[in-house]
Design a protein around this ligand. Structure first.
Ligand SMILES: Nc1ncnc2c1ncn2[C@@H]1O[C@H](COP(=O)(O)OP(=O)(O)O)[C@@H](O)[C@H]1O
Ligand SMILES: CC(=O)N[C@@H](CCC(=O)OP(=O)(O)O)C(=O)O
Length: 267
């Protein structure tokens, strides 16, 4: 199966044009690839937390998650955000099914930080890829909310990039992280300098010098982890311009490709 795992960042969700969803449905119908969507929802969670007057902080781009924060993150991601995407795909003529990592144990989770400093922030320990494959084979575009559960029944808030990377690894597919930037940039003040390709070593250097910071840290680390876990490619693309996705699918240059080593990159 030629799976393409599209991670839709919360930053881009409200700005994605109808043409983006139409393209995803077209990709599925034409058989060019099997799209699987994993989403985030950071800004929507922020808004809901504000409304409920619950404070939250971030460590290296991950939201410290208390019980209260977890309930709100689940309500937002498995509720309104998930259904917004399903709605858009259905409107575009596709057959979309919104699920969270809890459904049929899709995402079995474990804590990211066993010391407890991050609270209920999870990482994916196992993906129920048999069930996911079944959904895909019956013509469905799965839309996955990144809430997972461990063997004891504890729920976890999983960063969307990390969830997408695990799904891409388990399906041996291409990982496409769609965000509100044209790729990994050398400076946020100069959007012209976009790195077409970054190696693992360059990624770590740019994190240590602060060039890559905030929400971009889990993104690039997930891109690498995806490759390590079986994904065939990892790329960070601009959702503001859906032509980027089209170019990428057609094998043209787009966004930032993350590779383990330089030799692995051939245009
Ligand atoms: N070097 C960088 N290049 C591009 N964006 C970066 C970089 N470092 C940090 N960022 C930030 O990362 C953000 C994307 O992460 P995030 O807000 O979590 O997106 P999403 O919601 O799409 O997952 C960008 O909007 C940008 O502010
Ligand atoms: C643990 C953790 O940080 N979870 C994220 C989940 C949402 C997410 O990943 O949203 P984006 O795709 O918009 O970044 C959060 O609570 O914000």
């Amino acid at each position: 199966m030629n799976a393409v795992i599209l991670k839709i960042g919360g930053s881009i969700l409200a700005k994605l044009p109808d043409s983006f969803y139409e393209m995803v449905v077209q990709l599925k119908k034409s058989g060019i690839c099997e799209p699987v969507i994993v989403h985030g929802g950071g800004p929507d969670i922020n808004q809901a937390l504000e409304k409920f007057e619950v404070e939250s902080t971030f460590i290296d781009g991950l939201r410290v998650t208390t019980d209260e924060v977890l309930d709100i993150a689940e309500m937002v991601m498995s509720g309104s955000v998930n259904k917004k995407i399903v709605h858009q795909l259905e409107k575009a003529g596709g057959a979309a099914c919104g699920v969270s990592g809890l459904d049929c144990s899709l995402l079995k989770a474990a804590p990211v930080d066993p010391t407890g400093a991050l609270g209920y922030v999870g990482q994916v320990a196992e993906v129920n890829s048999d069930w996911l494959n079944l959904l895909v084979k019956t013509g469905i575009i799965p839309v996955i909310s990144p809430i997972g559960m461990d063997a004891s029944g504890q729920r976890y808030n999983i960063n969307g990039d990390m969830a997408a990377s695990a799904v891409a690894g388990s399906l041996k597919g291409k990982l496409v992280l769609i965000s509100d930037i044209p790729g990994v940039m050398e400076s946020l003040d100069n959007t012209k300098i976009i790195h077409p390709v970054l190696t693992k070593q360059q990624v770590e250097e740019k994190i240590s010098t602060g060039v890559i910071h905030g929400g971009m840290i889990p993104k690039v680390r997930s891109a690498l982890k995806g490759l390590d876990g079986g994904a065939t490619e990892s790329v960070i693309l601009n959702g503001l311009d859906p032509i980027d996705l089209k170019n990428y699918i057609e094998g043209k240059k787009a966004g930032t490709k993350v590779v383990m080593e330089k030799e692995a990159y051939h245009v």
